[in-house]
Design a protein around this ligand. Sequence first.
Ligand SMILES: Cc1cc2nc3c(=O)[nH]c(=O)nc-3n(C[C@H](O)[C@H](O)[C@H](O)COP(=O)(O)OP(=O)(O)OC[C@H]3O[C@@H](n4cnc5c(N)ncnc54)[C@H](O)[C@@H]3O)c2cc1C
Length: 297
Amino acid sequence: MPAIVSDHRVHTPSDVDDALRFLADHRDEGWRPLAGGTDVMVGIYRDHTGGQRWLNLSRLQAPLAGIRREDDLIRIGALATMADLRKSSLLAAACPLIGQAAAVVGATQVQNRATVGGNIVNGSPAGDTLPVWLALDAELELASTRGRRQVPYEQFMTGYRRTVLESDELLTAILFRPRSDERLRMYFRKVAPRAAQGISKLVFAAIAGLEDGYLHEVRLAFGSMGPTTIRARAAEQLAEGKPPSLSLVEKAAETLARDLTPIDDHRSTADYRHRVARNLVREFLAGNLGDHIPAAR
Ligand SMILES: Cc1cc2nc3c(=O)[nH]c(=O)nc-3n(C[C@H](O)[C@H](O)[C@H](O)COP(=O)(O)OP(=O)(O)OC[C@H]3O[C@@H](n4cnc5c(N)ncnc54)[C@H](O)[C@@H]3O)c2cc1C
């Protein structure tokens, strides 16, 4: 029988199979995974909610927190914390954007508890690691007693705090192809009111290759610029296969409005977000131009 803590109920499985069986057996009873609790606990205290049912994942660290190479992919266990991502030399070599994003989530105490799986499943478009998974074309591994399926991160978020995760599924890992090629340029920037403990006004991750003077595999990914994380596809397509030039940088920046749909809210205005997004794309693409760096506006 699940233990009762206050008026919340908690079940603590000892291995992944036990966890998945429990979710399957209690599918319609509202049990939700509890990882680091940094989003869940804020929600409980903010909404004064009681009587919820939590599947405590704390004993699944060994199978679900590792970061390792698996054939030609990197596999990050869903229970890896932001501190784990920040400190991993494997990730620093495979894609430095991941550690950079993890380093700006909350402050040290939060980074020691907050898991990457929780950041993804929580489904906030302001989650700081999320544009990185989008720029990396990462895949998510979802497990249930019905088996394991792999979903491109881009298809995982279907709306504001909505995902394709079923009630009997756990997110078990994030998989991506390492980007160690030194011809790739990468860029990460979080824009928030202060250096630590600030929720993003917008967050941007970008990757592009420059080969024989031509841009390729251009990825421009934004958070807090719509109900889900968004790739600026029109600007990507404009830049793809072209030699970087000042006019290309300007056209790509001006094209962003086609894809980005920010709102005015208590953290910022849509106008500010558009303006900063244009400047971040200018700054990233202009990095491919050598000395011809256009001034931000
Ligand atoms: C003070 C403070 C500052 C913060 N600052 C930032 C910030 O700057 N940037 C930022 O992005 N976030 C920030 N956060 C939010 C939070 O830390 C992150 O979203 C965190 O990564 C969530 O992970 P967690 O392990 O704590 O998730 P939890 O709170 O345990 O869970 C979050 C959600 O994910 C689900 N879940 C968790 N793991 C799984 C899994 N493996 N499979 C299926 N479902 C799962 C849970 O059911 C729940 O719905 C902050 C939070 C606090 C309290």
